[in-house]
Write a protein that binds this ligand. Structure first.
Ligand SMILES: [Zn+2]
Length: 437
């Protein structure tokens, strides 16, 4: 059986990678994989940030299946993750990353034999500190960054070290999920990678300062438009660094474990004021949902997939690569089998925000607004065509699809609730039996 290495890069938007047409040579290594493996040109995350996207792609279910989960951040038991599915089939499973939103604290270690989020106690500490004083917490973080060179996330080389060390003792077949945080703010790439892109260097202190400004919600809004260029430079440098890190990882693992399929993708993109903001808040424009997706390695033939696909399709495609068939838990479809020509993304911020996206059109509904964009003529999504009479037919068709999607989600949620109740009863009965004997 083949090993699976799922690599997700936090905040990596597709259009800043050279293989997706970016003007800077940010991803020379990944460009090579795109030429050899299965390269999905129009891949989308189903949500605009970690909390929406990660639970969704790990379980092939849409982000808003459980609203309580979006609010609490806890990984819901009504979703079965790819780690659980593969473990049931004899795989050794591991996850290595340093994103607090998908840490053990929130239940994301379920199904993993080994789970390293580098955060032992840190999430709890952070929550406590935020209760005491946000200002004091920020000061501690800044002090750690400047004087101890301690950044909020572990860097990619550290993740690689852990991954390689784990794989050595794991035994095959294995499923390894690695989530890299280097492209996430504060963007602090080593200057060497800015040099490689022909960009100016930034001092370490300047990088930390810029990072602090964009990380702080209040300071973020005060960033001037002409400073955004610095952030883009540092973001691109971080992509180039990640490309280097992935080259090191994949070269070594492929050599040691030739029976491995590597999947490279991102949980969502990043906004640089295209629609008025910075970071990755609840919006569904291209900069936030158009992400890379490529498969490379054992028995993966070169193929360019032009059809829109989304991350809910990831787990079914993995199961298809492993000849494991379909699973009733999954809401996506294998890229090899599906003929669907649109994707749906969603987010929750006080109310539902849903987007329909096909090769030509995007309809976004929610937040008191309805927007229709023709992406062939208006790739920046600047001209809202929703109220134009001549597009009524398109609007009706896409709205029908979105309404149907919401209905399916509600039905599915009811089904899973029943399953959870049954599970709970079974657990209670087991407990009683243990007590009796
Ligand atoms: Zn993320």
């Amino acid at each position: 059986m083949k090993n699976i290495v799922l690599i997700t890069v936090d905040c990596l938007r597709a259009d800043h990678m050279s293989c997706y047409g970016y003007h800077r040579n940010t991803t020379p290594f990944l460009d090579g994989l795109a030429r050899k493996g299965m390269f999905c040109k129009n891949a989308f995350s189903n949500g605009p940030n970690t909390r929406h996207s990660v639970p969704s792609f790990l379980t092939s279910t849409y982000p808003l299946l459980f609203l309580s989960e979006v609010e609490s951040g806890k990984f819901h038991r009504g979703r079965k993750s790819v780690a659980e599915l593969l473990k049931e089939r004899g795989y050794t499973t591991a996850a290595i990353h340093s994103n607090p939103y998908v840490s053990k604290f929130y239940g994301y270690d379920r199904g993993f034999d080994y789970f390293n989020d580098f955060l032992v106690g840190q999430v709890e500490d952070e929550i406590k500190r935020n209760k005491i004083s946000r200002a004091l917490n920020e000061t501690i973080k800044a002090f750690r960054a400047v004087f101890m060179k301690k950044l909020p996330h572990e860097d990619g080389q550290r993740v690689n070290e852990e991954a390689i060390r784990w794989a050595e003792g794991a035994g095959e077949p294995f499923f390894l999920w690695l989530h890299y945080m280097d492209v996430h703010m504060p963007y602090i790439p080593p200057n060497k990678f800015l040099d490689e892109l022909g960009l100016k260097r930034y001092s370490y202190t300047k990088k930390v300062w810029l990072g602090k400004k964009i990380d702080d919600i209040k300071m973020r809004d005060e960033i001037k438009d002409d400073e955004v260029e610095d952030y883009i430079n540092l973001y691109d440098g971080s992509i180039r660094y990640t490309d280097f890190v992935l080259k090191e990882l994949i070269t070594e693992l492929k050599d040691k474990y030739p029976e491995t399929i590597f999947i490279i993708t991102a949980d969502h993109g990043e906004e640089f004021r295209e629609h008025g903001g910075l970071s990755h808040l609840e919006k569904l424009y291209e900069e936030l949902i158009h992400i890379p997706l490529m498969f490379y390695g054992k028995d993966v033939r070169h193929k360019i997939v032009e059809r829109p696909v989304s991350l809910v399709d990831l787990v079914p495609t993995i199961l298809d690569f492993l000849d494991m068939g379909e699973n009733e838990w999954l809401q996506g479809e294998s890229i090899f089998r599906s003929s669907k020509d649109f994707v749906i993304a969603e987010a929750w911020k006080n109310e539902r925000l849903t987007a329909y996206r096909d090769k030509e059109w995007k309809l976004i509904v929610g937040g008191g607004k309805k927007e229709l964009y023709n992406l062939v003529e208006d790739e920046k999504e600047e001209y809202n065509l929703y109220n134009k009479e001549r597009y009524k037919k398109e609007v009706n068709e896409f709205e029908k699809i979105l309404n149907n999607h919401i209905k399916i989600l509600e039905e599915e949620r009811r089904k899973r609730k029943t399953w959870l109740q049954k599970e709970k009863i079974i657990r209670e009965i087991r407990k009683l039996k243990i007590k009796r004997y």
